[in-house]
Write a protein that binds this ligand. Structure first.
Ligand code: AMP
Length: 264
């Protein structure tokens, strides 16, 4: 499973990413965490991005793209990954698409955590209080002024990705202001294993019944069937199929036939 969590800072991407990791045995790839580690270790990349991050601006695309390319190539990412904080620009999204394409891989979906910006500020303030209460050091960008810059960067550079992924029919929006467990449940529902897999484009009949039908087919040729409809949101769940419309009951059909015979 390969997916992206999209949403402004403080939307809860990190929390949901950790839950997806636990549920699906995939890895969380957070560019923010990787960049902070580089800053802490004083690597050349770390030195290059330190001030940018402290201001709340976005780091250069080529740096984050190369970090992600290295990380995706590692063995633990083979099982799948949840991208948290990447991509943040259309150029990064396109680089990711090229990267995955070269490996013959696809994205399963992009979850947009929709949030109210005024409430985000309150969330960040409460995060600051909790961090201080635990006696842990604050992140330099956990600051209301820096948050405004980060929200601005999100609106200008990252929000266009919503349109980008909607066009590709990969986007699924979730109410990020709902309680954490409800957000998790909504995400799990999106990526739930389909109860009925589409076995062919001609029929959505489950495998067992299909075998029976195939036997019957040999005796009588049934009327042609329309291909099953798959809704947009169902596509992300692996193609849950809408129930086919029931045919008119035989009795009613027979009655109708009698009536029209009388009229004649
Ligand atoms: P985060 O922890 O995801 O909020 O990221 C913290 C900071 O790291 C951001 O404010 C940016 O300065 C930088 N950063 C993280 N991911 C990216 C990215 N994909 N592109 C550019 N900058 C990033």
């Amino acid at each position: 499973m390969r997916l992206i969590l999209l949403g402004p800072p403080g939307a809860g991407k990190g929390t949901q990413a950790q839950r997806l990791v636990a549920k699906h045995g995939i890895v969380q790839l957070s560019t923010g965490d990787m960049l902070r580690a580089a800053v802490a270790a004083g690597t050349p990349v770390g030195l290059q991005v330190k001030d940018i991050m402290e201001r709340g601006d976005l780091c250069p695309d080529d740096i984050v793209v190369s970090i992600i390319a290295d990380r995706i190539a590692q063995p633990d990412a083979k099982n799948g990954f949840v991208l948290d904080g990447f991509p943040r620009t259309v150029a990064q999204a396109e680089a990711l698409e090229r990267m995955l394409h070269e490996k013959g891989l696809d994205l399963d979906g992009v979850v947009e955590l929709k949030v109210d910006e005024a409430q985000l500020l309150r969330r960040i303030e409460s995060r600051i209080r909790q961090t201080l209460a635990r006696g842990e050091p604050l992140r330099k960008d956990d600051d209301p002024e820096v948050l405004k810059t980060r929200l601005d960067a999100y609106r200008r550079q990252t929000a266009p990705l919503i349109h980008h992924y909607r066009e590709k029919n990969l986007l699924r929006a979730v109410d990020g202001m709902a309680p954490v467990d409800e957000v998790t449940a909504a995400i799990n529902w999106i990526f739930a294993k389909p109860k009925r897999q589409i076995t062919s484009t001609k029929s959505a009949t489950p495998q067992k019944t299909q075998t029976k039908l195939q036997k019957q087919k040999k005796k009588a040729k049934p009327a042609a069937r329309k291909p099953a409809r798959v809704s947009g949101s169902a596509k992300a769940r692996g193609g849950r199929v809408a129930a086919p419309k029931k045919a008119a009951p035989k009795k009613a059909a027979a009655k109708g036939a009698k009536k029209s015979a009388k009229r004649r």
